[in-house]
Design a binder for this molecule. Structure first.
Ligand code: 5AD
Ligand code: SF4
Length: 352
């Protein structure tokens, strides 16, 4: 283990724009000592301020469908989980809901669902173009792996961004948690999305059973290597209807370290304080905004659907957060941190 002064040197060099080696990243991710953590978070907060400014951007999520054909071992929506109620929000209701986002201070709508073939290319293009025409909002899709041709059609219909988490950069662990699927296919999709002019978002889960700190360093290097624009990181939360039900939840301190390191290494990316972090520990979610985060994604799924979108347990409090967003509750919270709510679309690279 390197000394505190060596750690501080790694932090300083990274903050100045140098890419640390894997060991340096592991060292930063491993900090536990309160003084060392403060040094890491302060450096990340400063890079955040310099590279993306003080604004916090709100991206309103609509969880359009609770169906999924995949079987990710950690996720409650996995096809083999028969214990949850499945739903699809009617197309008109999705569009209506998107229209209500502006008054909730969101400049982006995120359409999220499991991998659901019901939403074929034509249906989705129609929803996307209607939302674009009727709201002018930036549109983010988070609907999984699709053929190149679908991604192109969605882009032409008006989609601006796409979230597709790589989940873990360890190919063997990826295979174990996603039987029948390969990390390389995921990476290929992210490359396509970049080629098509999307802002591409990825992310990973912290605390997956079998995951090491070295794996997390590889996640950091993969985000950077793929030049990912938006990076969502949250803790693993065990869901009772999954094969990982009996494993412990991820460490929220490690998630915060990860956010700080990602800010230092990727500089001008958009980094949310994720819902999963808030579910395990609301205070950690607040702290994330002092450790590099600059995006908040309130859940805007209408009742009763949001309760059915059970990726992990405990998403409930988010429902209350919706009301707060409408009353400007977030505004007060963020202004208390001297962080205004972003009024533009919050594309990457707005402030250099
Ligand atoms: N714990 C934490 N995150 C999870 N996700 C899915 N299931 C879980 C879980 N049990 C994350 C995945 C997915 C995103 C929508 O939610 O990273 O990409
Ligand atoms: Fe489906 Fe996504 Fe859950 Fe995997 S993480 S089972 S793809 S909803």
């Amino acid at each position: 283990m390197t000394s505190t002064s060596e750690l501080k040197e790694i932090i300083e060099l990274t903050a100045a724009g140098e890419l640390p080696d894997r060991n340096g990243i592991v060292r930063m991710l491993s900090v536990r000592d309160p003084g060392e953590r403060e040094a890491l978070f302060n450096a990340a907060d400063l890079v955040r301020k310099t590279c993306v400014g003080d604004e916090i951007f709100l991206r309103g999520i609509i969880e359009c469908s609770g169906y999924c054909i995949r079987n990710c071992h950690y996720c409650g929506l996995r096809a083999q989980n028969k214990g949850i109620h499945r739903y699809r929000i009617p197309d008109d209701e999705i569009v209506q809901r998107a229209k209500g986002l502006k008054e909730r201070l969101c400049t982006t709508v995120v359409l999220q669902s499991g991998e659901d073939p019901h939403y074929d290319k034509e249906r989705l293009c129609s929803i996307i173009s209607r939302i674009k025409e009727e709201t002018g909002l930036a549109i983010t899709l988070s609907i999984g792996e699709r053929p190149y041709d679908d991604y192109r059609a969605f882009r032409e219909a008006g989609a601006d961004r796409y979230l597709l988490r790589h989940e873990t950069a360890n190919p063997e662990l990826y295979r174990k948690l996603h039987p029948g699927y390969e990390l390389s296919d995921r990476v290929q999709c992210l490359k396509w999305l970049g080629e098509l002019g999307y802002e591409k978002g990825s992310g990973c889960i912290v605390g997956l059973p079998g995951q090491t700190i070295g794996d997390l360093a590889d996640d950091v290097l993969l985000f950077r290597g793929l030049d990912i624009d938006m990076i969502g990181v949250g803790p693993f939360i065990p869901h009772p209807g999954t094969p990982l039900a009996n494993n412990p939840a991820g460490d929220t301190d490690l998630v915060l370290n990860m956010i700080a390191v990602l800010r230092l290494v990727t500089r001008d990316t958009n980094i949310p304080a994720t819902t999963a972090l808030g579910v395990l520990d609301p205070e950690s979610r607040r702290r994330a905004f002092h450790a590099g985060a600059n995006v908040f994604m309130p859940n805007f799924t209408p009742d009763p659907y949001t309760a059915y979108y059970e990726i992990y347990p405990g998403k409930g409090p988010e429902a209350g957060a919706i009301a707060k967003a409408s009353e400007g509750g977030y505004k007060t919270l963020f202004e208390g941190m001297a962080r205004p709510i972003g009024t533009g679309f919050g594309y990457r690279g707005k402030v250099k």
